[in-house]
Design a protein around this ligand. Structure first.
Ligand code: IVH
Length: 676
């Protein structure tokens, strides 16, 4: 019996540790199968000895029954709000204001800067190292008991320390953190929601908050929530006296802590750091809506006190907003180069992240319908990084009843021909081969991919309007006088454009292939096709089955390629390119330098994920030099996933699902070496 108990303890300790490696450090040290074996053994022992089941067992993350409602919990220390600063001068002004409140005997100030996490604040109670209670922020004084839901978060330690040699925590410890959803997990969750016919979440914050406030923990368990901790709010034993040491201490106990925390000894450095983050925010794997600047020394911060509902010893540096609300005045329709019609929003002009916007994309008609966006609605618009602003959804509460439900277009807004919305896809298509807007898009797309400088959408529009081009191949037949007759062209600009068009004849075959605009054929597939066929002539006669047999080609794309070359109009187009002297064959120099069909990795397919010691391109080239093949996503045909630090979740998870072998860089080198 005793040895059963000690084996159970040992298994739990190991499983907690492997969860921590996987969910907190992103760096597992055990295979999936190995992990499953530990779990299976633990489950079997617990089934045989139910009296030995304890609440901190990793088998007990999902409790048995849904709650009836949430019980209120009083926070040991109220959760306050924070003052805001939006630029360097405001940060200086904050410090001017509050530094007067530093005690005379305070050490020279240092500051810790942390990401301001955009999720749901949670307060986690540990008694004797066991997670006993977890609450939401609520109104700051009273939160809601969501212990059962929080237990399902794999990154949350059920027992501390998680790490075998971690510090012994005080008997009672209360930690504060933020429950968040990583952007990648959020996107995947939304895809699943849409597939299941449910509404997608507006943003990761809503998804995390909505998931944690589920009455049924089994629903929460299926949602990919994670956690980052940043404060100790109560303890009945010694804990660190600075913020910086607290973060380290929390990390050593096994709590997830952000990798982006930083400590500075001058306000100038704090400000420089904040400013550099405005650009960097897109790189973070989770939403960061600003930074929190905190006085590092905790007794000093405490002594500085509170003004209103905000502590003086901290300030939130807010990034420029990415969302705004405005009125949706009307819905316009674009025609893409494939003939697909897409709606866009015409907005009451609004300031967003420093620019005025009056148009935003609406993705597609299905999205419009699903979100029930109506003309006249107040809508939320959002702009992330350089991405074109898009409409997140309507603010339903402000409807007056005068909003109008949008009707799908029945004719193409460009050519007036009836549209086709009969396909299995939700898209609406203009099938008129002579539709001018489609042609403009195809020509400007061709020019962009072929790198013809000076041929943007506006010039393409003018060429189409004047009927100087019927397809992109006509670009190679333009005369100088044709261009001079166009608005905006003088002798010099006309000559420059002609020279750019001429130069584009020599682009690599893969580039030309991508420029054709065949559905599904971007640069990666184009490269794949080039490697197999080496010329447009050879590709043109390839049949669908042969195309589909190429590793990395999907059936839809294979079909699209075959169909494209089967159309007489496209054959004519290719003939015109040939006549004009556009290069339609691969020259040997274009293959990856040194790529080889023979070598220790011959016949093996690799996918790379995470951060490696060298640029991925270099690693890929090395694999190819040794005969291996590198592709973009994990499938049943992948032999190895090469994993670096912080691997992207989806490739990694897919590899685990499929049982694909994962190796690190050292193992890759060994593979190259041993089989050489
Ligand atoms: S600590 C003196 N740190 O922002 C510092 N709060 O606090 C006091 N929040 O709802 C605040 N990320 O939950 C702190 N790294 C972080 C945070 C953070 C997000 C939230 C917090 C609260 C609000 C104001």
């Amino acid at each position: 019996m005793n040895h059963v108990k000690s084996r159970i303890d040992q298994l739990r300790q190991q499983i907690h540790y492997h969860n921590y490696r996987y969910y907190v450090l992103n760096d597992p040290t055990i295979s999936d199968a190995g992990y499953d074996a530990l779990m299976d053994e633990l489950r079997a022992l617990e089934a045989a000895h139910p009296e030995l089941i304890t609440p901190d067992s990793p088998t007990q993350r999902v409790g048995p029954e849904p709650a009836e409602g949430f019980v209120k919990v009083e926070h040991p220390v109220p959760i306050l709000s924070l003052d805001k600063a939006s630029d360097g001068p405001e940060i200086r002004a904050w410090w001017e204001r509050v530094s007067k409140f530093m005690p005379d005997d305070a050490p020279p100030p240092t500051w810790v800067v942390e990401p301001k996490l955009d999720g749901l604040t949670v307060v986690l109670h540990y008694e004797g190292g066991l997670f006993t209670l977890g609450a939401t922020r609520g109104d700051g004084a009273l939160g809601e008991d969501v212990t059962g839901n929080l237990r399902t978060i794999r990154a949350l330690p059920l027992r501390i320390p998680v790490v075998p040699d971690g510090p012994e925590p005080p008997l009672r410890l209360v930690v504060r953190g933020e429950a968040i959803m990583r952007i990648e997990d959020f996107d995947a969750l939304n895809e699943r929601q849409i597939e299941a016919g449910a509404n997608p979440f507006a943003n990761p914050r809503n998804a995390a908050a909505g998931s944690l406030r589920q009455l049924d923990p089994s629903v929460t368990a299926a949602r990919p929530i994670t956690l980052l901790c940043y404060a100790i709010v109560d303890a009945d034993g010694p804990v660190p006296a600075t913020q910086w040491e607290t973060l380290d201490y929390l990390r050593r106990l096994g709590f997830p802590v952000s990798d982006y925390n930083a400590r500075f000894e001058s306000l100038d450095e704090v400000i420089a750091h904040c400013e550099s983050w405005v650009e960097k925010r897109e790189e973070a794997p989770y939403e960061v809506d600003g930074l929190v600047i905190k006085v590092d020394d905790l007794p000093t911060r405490q002594a500085m006190g509170v003004v209103g509902r905000a502590p003086r010893g901290g300030v939130a540096f807010k990034f420029p907003g990415r969302e705004a609300t405005t009125e949706l005045l009307d819905i316009g329709v674009n025609v893409g180069r494939t003939g697909a019609l897409t709606p866009y929003a015409i907005l009451e002009p609004v300031q967003l992240g420093g620019v005025t916007i009056q148009k935003a994309t609406l993705h597609n008609f299905e999205d419009l319908r699903r979100k029930d966006i109506r003309v006249g609605d107040t809508v939320i618009v959002r702009r992330a990084g350089d991405v074109i602003p898009y409409v997140v959804g309507p603010v339903v509460e402000t409807r007056t009843g005068n909003e109008r439900v949008y009707q799908l277009p029945t004719v193409c807004p460009s050519c007036g021909e009836p549209v086709d919305s009969s396909g299995e896809e939700v898209a609406v298509y203009c099938t008129n081969v002579a539709c001018p807007e489609q042609l403009v898009r195809r020509v400007s797309y061709f020019a962009a991919v072929m790198d013809i400088e000076g041929l943007g959408e506006r010039t393409a529009q003018r060429l189409v309007d004047r009927e100087l081009v019927q397809d992109a191949a006509d670009l190679y037949y333009l005369a100088r006088d044709d261009l001079l007759a166009l608005e905006g062209f003088a002798e010099k600009s006309a000559d420059n454009l002609l020279a750019a068009i001429e130069a584009s004849k020599e682009r690599p075959l893969a580039r030309l292939l991508a420029a054709l605009g065949i559905r599904g054929v971007g640069s990666t597939v184009a490269q794949l096709l080039t490697e197999h066929y080496h010329s447009l002539d050879a590709l043109a006669v390839a049949n669908r089955d042969a195309l589909e047999a190429i590793e990395g080609m999907g059936p839809h794309t294979a079909g699209a390629v075959a169909a494209w070359f089967a159309r007489p109009r496209n054959r004519t187009f290719v003939d015109k390119l040939q006549q004009a002297g556009v290069k339609l064959e691969e020259t040997p120099a274009e293959t990856v330098p040194g790529a080889s069909d023979e070598g220790p990795l011959s016949g093996l397919t690799f996918v790379i994920t995470g951060t490696l010691s060298r640029p991925r391109k270099e690693i890929a080239a090395e694999i190819e030099r040794h005969g291996g093949q590198v592709i973009g996503s994990v499938s049943g045909n992948t032999d190895y996933l090469v994993v670096g630090a912080s691997p992207g979740g989806s490739k990694f998870r897919k590899a685990q699902q499929l049982g694909t072998s994962t190796i690190d860089e050292v193992q890759l080198q060994a593979l190259i070496g041993s089989q050489a």
